[in-house]
Design a protein around this ligand. Structure first.
Ligand SMILES: NC(=O)c1ccc[n+]([C@@H]2O[C@H](COP(=O)([O-])OP(=O)(O)OC[C@H]3O[C@@H](n4cnc5c(N)ncnc54)[C@H](O)[C@@H]3O)[C@@H](O)[C@H]2O)c1
Length: 352
């Protein structure tokens, strides 16, 4: 049976490969084309996934009326231009995170989406983990009461990427703040019900990256390249219109106790608190003065989240449903992250 939606992948590096099992698993999609500015990468991708049509010219596949979905997996700075071109050509667009590295560009993408009537989704794969879905559903029961504070971090002990697409601002738009901060902040705001942010105080600095001999465990161990020009650490305090607050910490290179990556979140509400990814809820009974913890029952994930996000995106298109990750929520995330960079420059609180 022919599948209804034809997919073209643009940017055939590391992350694009994690989307492919999703396009295969969906009953609605087949990948028919791929593009990358680096010819050997797209040729190899075509061979590995048996894709008949590969090209170094993205505009060829964006202009093809037979393509229904464009899957953008390029470095951050190229997301906006490619997504707007694809939406203008009448394609649905799923785009890797961050949707774009500035709020202004995301607004332009949303305008293009609204003109086209197509779906635009950010590939925030952490939302598609079973533990995230379970925590979101639990919070949705109102168990926490009003959430008035959150604490989140995504900290890596000496795991900085070294590819230009991540460590050069001209390609990435920023360092860990927008590379991994975008993950934990998106998840935190989603759990909080996406309250409207109103101000941020933050720092975003390179504290370790330029020390002589500084290294990363990324890809087997390398020196940090001297051309590295983004921050390696950020911290922020965010206020929301509903009175809630958030403390956020992000780093690729830190003298941290936990080896590898440490990603955690606590939410504090008027009735209970919770932790993700432990998926625990902390409650009390005021009448009996007892405190107790509840651990959510999770079932094993049957599909990797990078794949599941593609399956759910295709299903939303077929069902005529909204994007599973609304671009407006990605705009909110980037407004805060951009505010951290602006606060670093001004040295004070920034109104959003
Ligand atoms: N969700 C996640 O877990 C996750 C993980 C890693 C990366 N990412 C995101 O995915 C994107 C790509 O990251 P990656 O790790 O695959 O990088 P990568 O460097 O492995 O691959 C990027 C590819 O894009 C190509 N490219 C560059 N500019 C292009 C353009 N204008 N048109 C077409 N192709 C172009 C490069 O030649 C390269 O092959 C980034 O936005 C990154 O933030 C997401």
């Amino acid at each position: 049976m022919s599948r209804t939606l034809k997919v073209a992948v643009i940017g055939t590096g590391g992350i694009s490969r994690t989307h492919m099992p999703g396009w295969s698993a969906s009953p609605h999609t087949e990948v028919v084309a791929a593009s990358d500015v680096y010819e050997p990468a797209v040729v190899k991708f075509g061979e590995d996934f048996n894709i008949g049509r590969v090209t170094t010219r993205a505009e060829e596949i964006i202009g093809d009326p037979d393509i229904d979905i464009v899957d953008i997996c390029t470095p951050n700075m190229y997301h906006g231009e490619l997504a707007i071109a694809a939406l203008n050509a009448g394609k649905h667009v799923i785009c890797e995170k961050p949707l774009a590295p500035t709020p202004a560009e995301i607004r332009r993408m949303i305008e293009a989406r609204d003109r086209s009537g197509k779906l635009l989704m950010t590939a925030q794969h952490f939302r598609f983990r079973g533990s995230s879905k379970a925590m979101k559903a639990e919070i949705g029961t109102g168990v926490l009461g009003d959430i008035y504070h959150a604490r989140s971090w995504m900290l890596r002990r000496y795991i900085a990427p070294t590819r230009p697409g991540f460590i050069l601002k001209e390609h990435s738009g920023g360092g860990p703040t927008i590379d991994i901060g975008v993950h934990i902040l998106d998840l935190t705001l989603w759990f909080m019900g996406n309250p409207e942010p109103v101000s941020v105080t933050g720092v975003a600095r390179a504290e370790l990256a330029h020390q002589p001999g500084m290294f990363t465990a990324w890809a087997g161990g390398n020196l940090i390249p001297p051309e590295y020009d983004v921050e390696d650490f950020a911290a922020a305090f965010v206020r929301f219109a509903n009175g809630a607050t958030l403390m956020l910490e992000v780093s690729w290179l830190l003298h941290h106790d936990t080896p590898g990556e440490d990603m955690q979140m606590w939410l504090y509400g008027t009735r209970a608190g919770c932790h993700w990814p432990k998926c625990e809820v902390y409650e009390s009974n005021l009448a009996t003065r007892q405190q107790y913890n509840k651990t959510l029952k999770l079932t094993a994930d049957t599909m990797e989240p990078h794949a599941l996000e593609c399956v759910e995106f295709a299903q939303a298109i077929v069902d005529g449903a909204p994007s599973p990750v609304p671009a407006e929520q990605s705009l909110q995330v980037m407004t805060i992250l951009d505010g951290i960079y602006r606060s670093q420059q001004t040295g004070g609180e920034v109104r959003l």
